[in-house]
Write a protein of this length. Structure first.
Length: 396
């Protein structure tokens, strides 16, 4: 379009006013790309669309005026890689893996024996769970030096493998107290296929399986689990945890073994502990075998409590030697597992605090050879049915 002037010449329309010129450096800054966008301030567009607000230019860093060699870009902010929650989760995972490794090690390292089996006339399972706990006096695996150190005598003196300790640990299914019941080794009972004899003879005649069957027939209780520990293994476990704290009421001296234990609170090592649970010819054990089984229950309570204490489980100088000695010392039935053993240990922790009912099967006299039939029947019925054991029925 042209306009005519007064002189008749063609003239172009007037040009719109132009913005003032900007410095070159400011123009360059305006064209700098925004972070995360294209190469222009309008994300690839040279100018905004109609109706779109213009994108403001990014601020010019002060360092742009500096020479290129002096320019230092801002340092990226470092992020924390290890928070408290991550550290705690990592420690928890490591702890769980450690427990799993210990569990697997024990599961595959503990000795196994076929101790419990079905037979005609076996008592039916009733309330609760029954363990047969045996302390074997077998010297198998012990060297002559071990026999001399522990004052056990040799295999010939022992007359073959027998049992110094026979106990039934009953774990109820209800709120009644667990029971740890001693069966005196000289108890006269019927041994299947061998007539009437001392109960500990069943072990030497037919091993753990015949002993378990003998106990079931004599008591009417269904045995669910079996645990056995020998002389050497018992002493090694005690030494592994640095000894067991015990308070002895009277001086104890066994002329047969030469074991001498002074009265007072002290720490018994493996040798003295073995002498304590076996001793029955001392002036401190006038009831002979009845006093011996009472001492056995007392020591088992102290041993289990000390093993389960944080001072043992959290102390690597006690825990790892215990972990190394326990599998070789212990024998369980082929159908038993570590979680069964853990349940037994948890139930028996209350022996020292009277949380477990302990005693010996009722007997007729101090020789502990014959059981009181009426009282024994009441006792075994109470265990079958998970009811309270009648008071004063157990021999303490």
């Amino acid at each position: 379009m042209t306009y005519g002037g007064d002189d008749g010449r063609r003239r172009m329309p007037p040009r719109p006013p132009q913005p003032p010129a900007r410095p070159r450096q400011q123009q360059r800054a305006q064209m700098m790309p925004l972070p995360g966008r294209g190469s222009s301030p309008y994300d690839g567009r040279t100018r905004p669309m109609r109706g779109e607000a213009p994108v403001p230019p990014p601020p010019v860093p002060p360092s742009c005026d500096l020479p290129e060699e002096d320019y230092q870009p801002p340092r990226p902010r470092r992020r924390r890689r290890w928070s408290f929650g991550k550290i705690l989760l990592t420690l928890l995972i490591v702890f769980v893996l450690f427990l799993g490794a210990v569990w697997a090690y024990l599961e595959f390292s503990i000795n196994r024996v076929d101790a419990i089996g079905d037979y005609s006339g076996r008592p039916a399972a009733a309330s609760g769970t029954n363990w047969l706990v045996v302390g074997s006096d077998s010297r198998q695996g012990m060297t002559a030096a071990d026999e001399e150190r522990l004052a056990t005598g040799d295999t010939g003196d022992a007359g073959g493998a027998r049992t110094d300790t026979i106990m039934i640990a009953h774990i109820p299914d209800n709120s009644t107290k667990p029971t740890l019941l001693s069966l005196p080794r000289d108890s006269q009972v019927k041994i299947p296929g061998h007539g009437t004899s001392k109960i500990n003879a069943a072990f030497s005649l037919g091993g753990p399986k015949l002993l378990a069957q003998t106990v079931e027939q004599a008591t009417g209780l269904h045995i669910d689990h079996y645990a056995e520990i020998g002389f050497g293994g018992f002493a090694n476990v005690v030494d592994a945890i640095g000894g067991v704290d015990m308070c002895i009421d009277k001086d104890m001296n066994d002329p047969k073994t030469g074991i001498d234990i002074k009265a007072g609170c002290q720490k018994l090592d493996g040798r003295l502990a073995l002498g304590f649970v076996r001793m029955r010819y001392s002036d401190a054990t006038p009831r002979s075998d009845l006093d011996r089984v009472a001492n056995q229950r007392k020591f088992i309570g102290a041993l289990v409590s000390q093993i389960a204490s944080p001072g043992t489980l959290l102390n690597p100088f006690d825990f790892f030697p215990l972990l190394g000695s326990a599998p070789a010392a212990l024998t369980m039935d082929t159908g038993d597992h570590v979680h069964n053993l853990a349940g037994l240990a948890i139930a028996m922790r209350g022996i020292s605090s009277d949380g477990v009912l302990t005693g010996t099967v009722p007997v007729t006299d101090g020789s502990a050879q014959h059981w009181d039939k009426n009282k024994s029947a009441q006792l075994f019925d109470a265990l079958k049915n998970d009811t309270e054991v009648p008071p004063d029925i157990l021999v303490k």
